[in-house]
Design a protein around this ligand. Sequence first.
Ligand code: SFD
Ligand code: AMP
Length: 635
Amino acid sequence: MADFETVEVTTDLLIIGGGMAACGAAVEAAHWAKKHNLKVTVVDKASMDRSGAVAMGLSALNQYVGMKAKGRSPEDYVRYVRNDLMGITRDDLVYDIGRHVDGSVHLFEKWGLPIWKDAEGNYVFEGPWQLMINGESYKVIVAEAAKNAMATLGDNGSIYERVFITEPLIDGDRVAGAVGFSVRENKFYVFKAKAVIAAMGGAVHVFKPRSTGEGLGRSWYPPFNTGSSTYFVLRAGGEMTCQEVRFIPVRFKDAYGPVGAWFLLFKSRATTALGGEYMVERRPELDNWAPYGLVKPIPANLRNYLMMLDTQEGKGPAYMRTEEAIAKIVDSVPDEKERKKKLKEVESEAWEDFLDMTISQALLWAGSNIAPEEKPSEIQACEPYFIGSHSGASGAWISGPEDLQNEKSKASYFWGYNGMCTVKGLFAAGDASGASSHKFSDGSHAEGRIRAKAALAYIVDNSAQPKVDSAQVEELKKQILKPLDLFQQYSGQTDSPDVNENYIKPRQFMFRLQKLMDEYAGGAATQFSTNKYYLEIGLDLLAFLKEDAEKLGAEDLNELMRCWENIHRMWQAEAHVRTVLFREETRWPGYYYRSDTPKMDDDNWKCFVNCKWDPKTEKWDVLKREIFPLVSENK
Ligand code: SFD
Ligand code: AMP
């Protein structure tokens, strides 16, 4: 076996991930851990300063309830989210984040994040719920605050960066920690913990991306998040929810630049090549998806769908009419001199929107001679992603807060600690927790704070350190490092180390996964359409892939990480295919379309579809869970 030192770390709370949710968790955990003299450990596969989805920065804080500033209540936010998700959402979870998110925003500002202000000193809103920021350094600022908070714990606080977590440790019905390996040195890590917060983000590159060759890593979602949260909770025996609710954003073509500022702040229209405004011309289609199709704003998946109908009819490409939007803003200024100033101002805001969060889009504009005030830019639906914090909903099924339950919901939505999965001591936040969409970066941070408080309360109540079986750890070490051994043993047999009958390299393995998902589970190749027959073949192909996962080969530590990333993706894929197959209706056209059950069926399917995998029997179970609305339809 490859020669790796085993490093054992014993802690009370283990926070896995270093993104928005994990940083929120670290800040709050430091506070409560100090009170109880407890240890907190954070582990990130990358460097917290620039890890996760906010690595490049962001240009907006997409969730601001504005309880004081706007006099709104979290109930208003619940209604918005529930409609956007076509009726499928956990009101208690969305409400809970909603009542804490403004606090995270105010903390960010205190820590130095520049939030746009108007002449009167009020926040500048991008849309009804979104605040504009100068966010290039957003992640650095949030990570710095998390690190500072952890530092106040002294020896009781530790941070491990560049350690990739592969597998949970379990003691009976309780989580006992996690194992992983350093991606820089030959070290195998065993983290023993009383409670664990899984905050490893969502997943990308499960489906074939539109980018190819050297551009492969350019996707909307960051290539570093590879389904580890889903894998971790599933392997611990936890129940997952909304695994069918993938997210497909519409983005500026090829470099995946954001559209929110264009639609909401600059009030741009989108049209297809033949000049039609699909959001206007196709409005009657929305009746077919009532009541959700008739709400404002129109749900994200239906906005996608109307565009896709146009492009499928051959009316594409679709364009963001940047030139028209800029002209309209500038023309509204009466004075000519002021108009020139306004033009410069809008131009710079347009470029900054990309430079703040998707620098490559600004490069593409520059490289293809696009001046947004002169000509429109192509927009396109991306490939599907798994992101429970944006307009998708996939993630762990977690307990809600007790005070928000009613008689009916309590038995289903509450089991003791806020945000705990169906496995004792295991918590999930951000993209890792499901059915609570539209929390975005700042809501994920707030959710992390909520989780840490509950996880530490759990530790105080359950203070015994769970048992970790050393034979099981040895076995895991062997399995996790196996790709290195396989490569070492067989790579000399062929001229090219990438082609070998005894192992499969992770890159090739990923291509196989992506091809089958693209073609059988409704990727871009099939215009996001699938049916029972395709899905069943997809499941068969996934079973073969799983067999071959035993033969993954890794040349070095980086490839070892790639091997495990792809195993994590494969499990995310299986959870998705099984759930799409189970839900016999189409509810989110624009995200996916079940061509054999093309209509929405509220009578039978206005429910959550959950799934789980039993670590003892290794069998999957897919099941329905009831929805209990806690917030009324109307004000
Ligand atoms: O508008 C392991 N998001 C936006 N949110 C906003 O508030 N405003 C915006 O402007 C946003 N835009 C946006 C957004 C996302 C993306 C990808 C783009 C643009 C291009 C959404 C937020 O970014 C998102 O909601 C949060 O980041 C979610 O937080 P969290 O903590 O759930 O995920 P993370 O931040 O990606 O962090 C994940 C961490 O896990 C680590 N990790 N660590 C150890 N072992 C493993 N196996 C691991 N696997 C992953 C990662 O390194 C990372 O630290 S807009 O365009 O939509
Ligand atoms: P995006 O850049 O598409 O991620 O959008 C950022 C925010 O704006 C998210 O809260 C979106 O739901 C919202 N948004 C984007 N486009 C629209 C639109 N056309 N109508 C309403 N909300 C939108």
